[in-house]
Design a protein around this ligand. Sequence first.
Ligand code: GLO
Ligand code: MG
Length: 345
Amino acid sequence: MSKTTYRFCAGPWNFSEGRDPYGPETRLPQSFDWKLAALKQLGFDAMMFHDDDAVPDIDTKSSAQVLKEAKALRRKLDDAGIVAELVAPRLWFAPQTVDGGFTSNRAADRRYALDRSKQTLDIARVLGTDLIVLWLAREGTYVRESKSGARSTALLVEALDALLAHDRQARLCIEPKPNEPMDHAYLPTIGHALAIAQLTRAPQRVGCLIESAHSVLAGLDPADEIDFAMAFGKLWSLHLNDQNGLKYDQDKPFGSANLRSAFNQVCALERNGYGRRGEYVAFDVHPFRTTREEHYLRHLDNSRKTFLHLVAKARSYPKQQAAALIADRNYQDLDQLVIEHLLGC
Ligand code: GLO
Ligand code: MG
């Protein structure tokens, strides 16, 4: 089988300014046009969007105005030769989503979340993609007794069904994350995402997006999550990055905390043929807070470099030697074989 040529993607939010809960920005913001040109210069192929990355101040605009601006963005992307990979409704900033979007306890707020997500489908269509990402940021609880898990599951299915009915071509990718900003989220893992897909009116149009850090935060191995999702043919997008254990959400460069885990993720992508049906490798990474403006692009370029080095490592892995060690149940030396292969010994 011929080797996959990977295509790369990042979002405008991946050029973040360094703000954290304990301090303000450490870098000046860059304009959208600057970010687009930067991705092009890096040799990336696609950009991923929140609805309000595509159309700023979206809640203050009429739907006609939103679609007009989406069309202008499409022209800009076409001119730059950059594709829109996906669009995600950013449901977690608005005052209406303080208590969640689709699972909010207030009907009017649930309606806001749904209407805004339907509009995201319309924007995606204009931008030329059928892929919507649902990172269900606030669909969970701070206080467990404040919502019923049974009712929340039913509300999530209802919302997914309404979106599937709004656009009968669109595919919905659930991006699970177990915590942050919530204490507990309702769809914390890929297993949950794929299971809830089965309760919807069109399970074949509900898949998932795996983010390495989110699997780590769930105490899972991202490579296993990749293998599992791809066994269902449901890994439609990917946020590679890294996370040093159970801490705040770090969005480190790919491979930065655990190179061996990054290697295993790449091996899982390779053995399942990720990218062969047009899927992109996106990096949901952020510059370190200490990063200076002149190094704004390094985290993206470095993540891609590491990814490509690991693809080479996956392809040159001594498979026969490994198979012999496995047959001999000599996992001790198999472990060392992997370490030495990664070290280049
Ligand atoms: C945060 C998420 C976030 C999403 C993005 C797309 O933890 O990873 O970056 O991927 O908002 O919906
Ligand atoms: Mg992400």
